[in-house]
Design a binder for this molecule. Structure first.
Ligand code: UGY
Ligand code: MN
Length: 261
């Protein structure tokens, strides 16, 4: 069953998809083919799984629509697993340890390994979340800790000297953290300064606008609601296109660790 657009039944045109799956390299996953999954702990939610180790990622991303009273009270994460939650739309109550957090659009919560994250919809209308989990890579003498807030409190950083490309960093740049979550926003016409070829992986969910994205040296049109996995060394860069609205995506990136051999 098509998930995000609820397209079911007889079609009126030829079957076609913009999605591209190159396991271990990159993937573009468009809303049309996404399905709902029933997962233990997720109640009254539509949960879609995006990147996984089966695609070549060391992390898992999810898109979750919480219906009324929907959420996860059993706890997301677990021993050795770090988690991150971002509110795409709506209002939720998230929990960690003995604490509760009221999060609205742009709100986020990072839980360090071993600390289960809970969340429940705080409104009658649906709320939508972007969720992330990954097995934490420790380094001696340093540890991560819980981080929460809203993106509107974060410093707007001009990305690599470009005033029309804005970067937000969600987590502290400290050795205790082995990953970060960011938002990168391109005004129409703005672009990366070069095509990246780095070892770090990304899972990127497009929050607004339209872009043309280079994945493994193919230029591919992308837009709000699309999801991109970029594996290690996957060539990557983008242009913002469209009419007025910024091309903006939230994405994860592993960091602060040497390579194991
Ligand atoms: O941080 C990054 O590596 C980022 N500039 N990559 C990307 O946007 N594809
Ligand atoms: Mn990158």
């Amino acid at each position: 069953m098509g998930y995000l657009n609820n397209n079911t039944g007889y079609i009126s045109d030829l079957l076609a998809s913009r999605s591209i799956i190159k396991r271990g390299n990159y993937a573009l996953i468009t809303p049309d083919g996404l399905v709902k999954n029933i997962i233990p702990g997720f109640e009254n939610c539509d949960t879609t799984i995006l990147s996984t180790p089966k695609l070549g990622a060391t992390f898992v991303d999810y898109l979750v629509t919480l219906h009324a009273q929907g959420g996860n009270s059993a706890g997301f994460g677990g021993e050795g697993v770090e988690t991150f939650l971002y509110v795409i739309d709506g209002a939720i109550t998230a929990g960690a340890g003995d604490d509760k957090y009221s999060l609205t659009k742009g709100g986020y919560l990072y839980c360090p390994p071993g600390e289960l994250m809970t969340f429940v919809n705080a409104q009658e209308a649906d709320s939508q979340l972007f969720l992330y989990k990954r097995r934490y890579v420790a380094t001696p003498g340093h540890a991560p800790y819980r981080v929460t807030g809203n993106e509107n409190q974060l410093e707007r950083i001009e990305y690599e000297g470009m005033s029309d490309v804005i970067l937000l960093d969600f987590l502290p740049k400290e050795l205790g953290f082995d990953m970060n979550m960011h938002i990168l926003s391109f005004a129409p016409g703005a672009s990366h300064g070069y095509i990246e070829t780095h070892v770090q992986e990304h899972g990127a969910y497009i929050l607004s606008g339209q872009g043309v994205y280079n994945l493994d040296n193919e230029w591919i049109p992308v837009k709000k609601g699309d999801y991109i996995f970029m594996g290690a060394y996957s060539l990557q860069a983008g242009y913002g296109v469209g009419r007025g609205e910024a091309f903006s995506y939230i994405y994860s990136k592993d960091c602060h660790r040497d390579v194991e051999i």
